[in-house]
Design a binder for this molecule. Sequence first.
Ligand SMILES: Cc1cc2nc3c(=O)[nH]c(=O)nc-3n(C[C@H](O)[C@H](O)[C@H](O)COP(=O)(O)OP(=O)(O)OC[C@H]3O[C@@H](n4cnc5c(N)ncnc54)[C@H](O)[C@@H]3O)c2cc1C
Length: 433
Amino acid sequence: MPKEYTNPDFITYEDLGVQLGESMFPGSHFLYTEEERTFRLNFRKFLLDNIASLAPQIEREYNWDICYEAYQRLARAGYLKFSFPTSIGGHGKGFVYRTIFGEELGAINSAVTVTYGASANLFAAPIIHFGTEDQKKKYLTKIMSGEALGAIGITEPSAGSDAVGGMKTTAIKTASGNSYILNGEKRFITNGSKADYILVYALTNPNAPKKNQGISAFIFPTNTPGFERVKEFELVGRRGSINSYLRFNNCEVPAENLVGGPAMENKGIKIMMTGLDGERCFTCSQYIGVARFAFEIATRYANRRVQFGKKIQEFEGIGFKISEMYAKLEASRLMMLRAARMLDAGQTATKEVAAAKFTAATSQMEIVVDAMQIVGGISYTKEYPLEQLYRDAKIAQMAAGTVEILKFLCEREIYSSLKLDKAEGKTKNDPKP
Ligand SMILES: Cc1cc2nc3c(=O)[nH]c(=O)nc-3n(C[C@H](O)[C@H](O)[C@H](O)COP(=O)(O)OP(=O)(O)OC[C@H]3O[C@@H](n4cnc5c(N)ncnc54)[C@H](O)[C@@H]3O)c2cc1C
């Protein structure tokens, strides 16, 4: 045993005895209904009993098989069904429930959370909203049961933030009209090489006057000839999740796989934009879960660690940090919750979701960094999971809409809702001088 561990003052991770979610209890009944709180507690118990023990192995070994096993345990317990409509056998829970789910799962393991998110949210949501009845029955029931894994393919080497303007993947209708021939590349696709189905966006009319008038969405079965798994990216964080570079070489996709049927040909931009607010709202919850866990470790540690004869919590430099971390965590949760309740009420929440997402993403990073500072040198080792949370956190500022793009979107919505022309500072209805 290393000498350090024989020192009775040395605090091991086990000594901290962090009970995941303890910071949520006081005051949570002002935010959530009794039914929502019961869902949270039951789900948290399920995670602690069934998933938490797998998390260290997923992370340490970058182990997709164990990550997938965790996903399958969620499926077997029926937890994948909760966000699907009752019309196809789901539990019909809305966005608030999704954020509770994402926060609790995010606090346990980010790799499992994104595996879930890519399949049950990103792949499924566009089909829930726009899919034909046949598409819903054929694909979504398999996703809900865990029988099939989904992914979404938007990003390409030349199409990142400018997802539409930079898109080069094409899906050209065959002469018979019965199928489309897909060619192109998709990059950074979560679950990509393991997925059974990928919701792929492609140009069906590359000559449209505006690119966003020529995009369609397809359900792409990955057993299609010509589909190539080019490479897996080894990620800094979310270790254990799959992130792939994919290529489509003359892949023939049946016309019946066009999401929404013939009426939605060249209208894929509507499908892409409709789901984004809900998906981004879900991602906030994952960031809050990570930040909450870091906060809980740091507050416990500061209450145990003694230097200069005092608990470090009593030093202003530490105590102020803890208060600021708490405020950022709660502000993120309140912004996300308001956006989720608006979405559940059927309202547009683009501005609210964008602001919630860049706030939660940036706060998460700051909270994790402050937690490491509070815990000191030992946080920079693998004795505590803080270094993992640090690596898991960074991607939040870049994926599903970078912080910069979200601020741009938020600003656009602010001016649009004020009906102000931002260049001139006049209302749009002002008579011309
Ligand atoms: C781990 C991971 C998982 C992912 N999963 C998926 C997935 O499942 N499916 C999928 O389709 N995609 C996925 N992505 C892709 C992700 O959505 C993109 O990385 C993201 O949209 C940003 O694109 P980019 O990385 O090409 O950066 P770029 O768009 O090249 O941006 C680079 C920098 O320039 C800034 N920038 C760009 N344009 C502007 C502007 N107009 N104003 C100000 N700043 C700007 C950006 O904010 C960023 O800081 C994933 C990415 C990662 C890393």
